[in-house]
Design a protein around this ligand. Sequence first.
Ligand SMILES: [Zn+2]
Ligand SMILES: [Zn+2]
Length: 111
Amino acid sequence: MEDVIKCPHCAEVIKQEATMCRFCQRGLSLTHFKKCGFCKEMVRIKATYCRFCSHDLSEPPPKHGPFNGAPVPRSPSGGPALKTEVALPLPQPQGELEMPKPRRLKRPEEE
Ligand SMILES: [Zn+2]
Ligand SMILES: [Zn+2]
């Protein structure tokens, strides 16, 4: 004996594991079907349009205005970017010990 349920749409008796009512062709399983956001009918989960109300279901969510992105930072003079460090401070075996200071990530006067 098969487990049967009543279709919530047309009240016909259908198999419990049915994903679609064979009488009214409406979807029953939310793993295979989704509710149309316009007419509340069950449509296939991969449907790109509602077959009941023909609304487009694949349109992307609306965006609020165009987004041009953040401006690209440029050097103030317009020339090549200033380099604070030409090379990595390597240990000098001899000679003057003039180690360049590491870059300061945060300047206190900018606070
Ligand atoms: Zn049905
Ligand atoms: Zn619809």
